[in-house]
Design a protein around this ligand. Sequence first.
Ligand code: SF4
Ligand code: SF4
Length: 223
Amino acid sequence: MTSQFSTYVITQPCVGVKDATCLEVCPVDCIHSTDDDDQYFIDPEMCIACEQCALVCPVEAIFLDIDVPEKWQNFIDRNADFYRRTKGEPMPVPIDRAITMIQAGHAKARELDIAVSVAVVDEGGRLIAFGRMDQARPMSVDIAVNKAYTAATFQVPTAQLTATASQSWFQSMIVSSQGKVIAVAGGLPVLDSPNIVGAVGVSGGTDDQDVECCRAAVAAYGA
Ligand code: SF4
Ligand code: SF4
């Protein structure tokens, strides 16, 4: 899995403090530790470099990777090593299941009497499969792909991002992603516990209808 962004890194001042303040502000839940570790670590594959954790850390332990002080450079590997040690390697959604998911999304759309585009991406937001129903509007193509990309990148349903859409860090993300990040309902991550293995995005109906089609597609992943 390859991060699309720079990452923040937790360094020496956290050691022994480990007060978990930063966990509360991370929008993608990518800061973890274990009882056996003396500090928290940031997952470099998941961090979206929003800076929120660095702003609240009481001991100034968190730096953007390119700004980590020389004496703490080893913490870049320390953070990454924690996740190499504790995470399994996720397999992205296989193509046959991605196609099944698209068919399930289309079936739900027919039930709702709408026409939609459905995109399935891997955990890094890269396209695996795409299906546009007859009559689905042309603009639904890019929107479905972008919703899936956003759900994979943030690892949350895109509907949850609407509240943060006006914040400056999110606006920066929109610009740096060249518009691929969007805060519109209709994107859902695909979980193969404990890993996110991809995401699905749907466009063509109302927000609620797109979400319904997404849910049908995600349900088909596990079927
Ligand atoms: S920079 Fe943002 S995404 Fe990265 S660990 Fe900190 S709060 Fe989480
Ligand atoms: S807020 Fe700072 S000291 Fe507290 S756990 Fe996070 S990095 Fe460590």
